[in-house]
Design a binder for this molecule. Structure first.
Ligand SMILES: [Fe+2]
Length: 428
């Protein structure tokens, strides 16, 4: 991103209508295996906000979805997420149900299959505090792991939601200073806790900031490893670089000559909310590998890719296990041009898919061809904004022919604003 992002202009601007469109035009051929919904969400203020005080993270949530069925693009829908709180950061599926989610104290909002709001949901009364936008599903158990926070808490929480959409653990971990904890990661044995120097600012709150979190050089950066079922006393903390991390790509355990290690791949921002307060806009990012050595207690960093990027995703069958491939949205030539990137971390290469002039991908997702397919045997799907037409497409790539022509392009009658995250929700 550039230093001139306003978060209200161009394709950051909100759309003004809820739209239902059916039998969408498709270029190419939709894989018949893809039966389900590609959903995503982002900020879309209902009323024009004051540009002087607007923060991108605080706009009313709007969810967008395309349903694929029988080789057809059956519908596109966009709907505001209704309710008292702003819920705008992720859309996930649990037990066949659809939830919009956000961090920092609010509960998820359950949606219908057609994206209408059902209402605020505490997972059948099992969730005590708020939730997180980011969950990581352990492929061994089906449990979803999240780390939650709230400005008034003296702790963060490890929340585990079972595959039945009920909370089975909500463990408090003492953490001072009120850090913003956007994401976590899991391995086969641990949940990775990110305690980095963006913290709740009473001064910013007193000044009326919509998002009162600021860069805090006095807050010691650290990463913790909590056993998935262990008590808070068992957390092992590692000193971390001074930086901010919104998103992990994945984490896993490895064994070195020196002993056990935990490897975390993540997108590193040099700092956050230090000089610019309307959105994440503090310089270029890097994809990094942090290796935590449990024997020595030392965290080492390695740059995997210097190209600025965000929204890292893996084949989620590899969650918590060693992964070879990763996907993300690359920046670098401004917000009017944005390719997708496929990392081959074994080969040390990163391949781009350029969607063409004026075309910018939003978060790309990997969907396997089948449950038993190889790690990169499947499709990479994303919403792509076209500045030349001011409309969006859903573009489906063959992950093993990443730079090649798309398998299919679904043409939407509207644009989908830049936003945050989404999911492929296959039919049950
Ligand atoms: Fe996020």
């Amino acid at each position: 991103m550039t230093s001139t992002v306003s978060f209200l202009d161009g394709n950051f601007a909100p759309v003004t209508e809820e739209v239902t469109a059916v039998d969408l035009e498709v270029t190419g051929s939709l894989p018949p295996e893809l039966e389900g919904r590609l959903v995503r969400i982002g900020p879309n203020p209902k009323a024009p906000p004051d540009p002087a005080t607007y923060h991108w993270f605080t706009g009313d949530g709007m969810v967008h979805g395309v349903r694929l069925c029988g080789g057809r693009a059956e519908w596109y829908r966009n709907r505001w997420v209704r309710g008292d709180d702003v819920v705008n950061t992720h859309v996930i599926g649990i037990d066949g149900r659809t939830f919009a989610a956000v961090e920092a104290g609010s509960r998820p909002v359950e949606l219908t299959d057609e994206l209408e709001t059902i209402g605020s949901c505490a997972f059948d009364g099992t969730l005590d505090g708020g939730f997180s936008a980011h969950t990581h599903q352990d492929p061994a158990t089906g449990d979803l792991h999240a780390v939650t926070y709230h400005w008034a808490w003296d702790h963060i929480r490890h929340v585990v939601v079972g595959p039945d959409a009920r909370v089975r653990r909500e463990l408090q971990i003492p953490v001072p200073g009120g850090p913003m904890v956007h994401d976590c990661a899991i391995t086969e044995s641990y949940v990775v806790l990110l305690d980095l120097p963006v913290t709740f600012s009473m001064d910013a709150a007193a000044q009326g900031a919509r998002l009162p979190y600021r860069w805090d050089p006095e807050h010691p950066p650290r990463v913790g490893l909590l056993p998935l079922d262990g008590p808070a006393d068992d957390v092992v903390w590692f000193e971390a670089p001074s930086c901010y991390v919104f998103h992990t790509l994945n984490a896993y355990e490895s064994r070195a000559a020196t002993g056990d290690q935990v490897v975390i791949d993540l997108v590193r921002h040099p700092r956050m909310f230090a000089t610019r307060f309307n959105g994440p806009d503090e310089g270029t990012t890097t994809l990094e590998r942090w290796t935590l050595d449990l024997g020595s207690g030392v965290l080492k960093t390695e740059v995997l890719d210097e190209r600025s990027q965000e929204f890292p995703r893996i084949d989620e069958r590899r969650t918590g296990r060693p992964h070879r491939y990763g996907y993300g949205a690359a920046f670098g030539r401004g917000v009017e041009h944005g390719p997708a990137i496929k990392h081959d971390l074994a080969a040390g290469t990163g391949e781009l898919h350029d969607y063409g002039p004026g075309r910018v991908t939003l978060e790309p997702l990997f969907v396997p061809r089948s449950a038993s397919a190889a790690e990169d045997d499947g499709w990479v799907m994303s919403y792509v904004y076209d500045a030349t037409t001011d409309r969006s497409d859903v573009v489906i790539l063959d992950a093993q022919d990443f730079g090649g022509e798309p398998v299919a392009t679904i043409h939407l009658p509207v644009r989908v604003p830049f936003g945050f995250h989404g999911s492929w929700l296959p039919d049950a």
